[in-house]
Design a binder for this molecule. Sequence first.
Ligand code: PHE
Ligand code: NA
Length: 463
Amino acid sequence: MRRETSIHGQWSSKLVFVLAATGSAVGLGNIWRFPYIAGDNGGAAFVLIYLACILAIGLPIMVAEIALGRRGRQSPINTMTTLAREEGLSRFWGMVGWLGVAAGFMILSFYSVIAGWSLSYVFRAAGGAFSGLDTDGVKALFDGLVADPERLLAWHTIFMAMNVLVVARGVRSGLEQAVKLLMPALFVLLLVMVGYAYTLGHFGEALRFLFQPDFSKVTGDTILLAMGQSFFTLSLGMGAIMIYGSYLSSRASIARTSTAVVAADTAVALLAGLAIFPIVFASGLAADAGPGLIFMTLPLAFAEMPFGIFFGTLFFVLLVMAAWTSSISLMEPAVAWLSENRDIDRPVAAVIVGAVAWLLGVGTLLSFNLWSAGIGFHVSWGGEMIYIGGTLFEILEYLTMNILLPLGGLLIALFVGWRMTRRSVEDELGISSRVIFGAWYYLLRFAAPIGILLVFLKAVNLI
Ligand code: PHE
Ligand code: NA
């Protein structure tokens, strides 16, 4: 059975869907998290495993997740239960939607805090706060921000309110223009940054760091982080892309649109890496500086480069916009569910979701100051004592990226690849080339689930 539209509305064209999905995908994951995780994990080996995960697992699952959304045309929770019923399967599959809503809340909570840092940097850049700063100066500036819970709370609150405003009106309003104009601008500005970084004289070192792997240093955790990042960056495994798919017209080609989104997202991440690592090596900053990496490297560039105030302000404005178009997609599954099930008006649903995520986010912003000691315990595992724990931010980040998103992706791959009839799948995708359909179906049925399971097992040292 084909539903033509969702009660929540429809994109006005296929292009708008591509823009919205790109808006969801391109965000802090590319510019903040990709460089910082790559830096923490030794660079190239991580990057290459990440790229392999994008192609062999991420792209096939994106196609599957969009197809589910378009076939169900409801919030992920109701889409999954409806489709399971239609295929004669257990209600258990509604689980995918529930897991996704839970992951969405957790991700949104810290996403908003980091976006808050970016907001604060817009004003620092515009006020000329970077001029004349050296490596110690940018570090002190960043440390000063994260040490101040009240300031963090203010920025976090502002950013969350920005999201509630958009989602309350429906994700379509404003999104189209935002993505059509701002994404290309971000792309061009990143190219400018890469060009500037090239002049610093450490470009070769950065290239080797990012692309010349030393696989002997790879651990199960590196692989898990690379896979988790590939889900996070493509907005997969939690229903964001599924619900965007539910607003897509029945005629659009899912395979083609997914490929475009994945290509854009990957390009932005790699450009961010190429902009940041030459600065890291030129300035003597540590590649594994952690979540503050871009907030310590980029200001150094803006301090030196011609028109640094202009470029710096523009960059952080575009970063905030990219984060904004991502975080609204984090809210959308829960908001759509509240409004279709409980008959709550969309604006009220948006406020509820924003408030819960905001509260959880307070725990993240305290993770960088008052609660920086974190929580945890020691366990013995395979004859070794290991410490499990960290700050609330670290725990939420690890749990969502490395466990919940891949698990959601695994369930999506199993549902579409093994539980739905091949006829329904073919009908929804409408791929005319047998070779392309066959390759995709094979990746979805075998490569993706086996890959995810192996990475999970490897990460806990069972293989
Ligand atoms: N893909 C977004 C980014 O890279 C984050 C995101 C994850 C958005 C999951 C929606 C769902 O920043
Ligand atoms: Na991304």
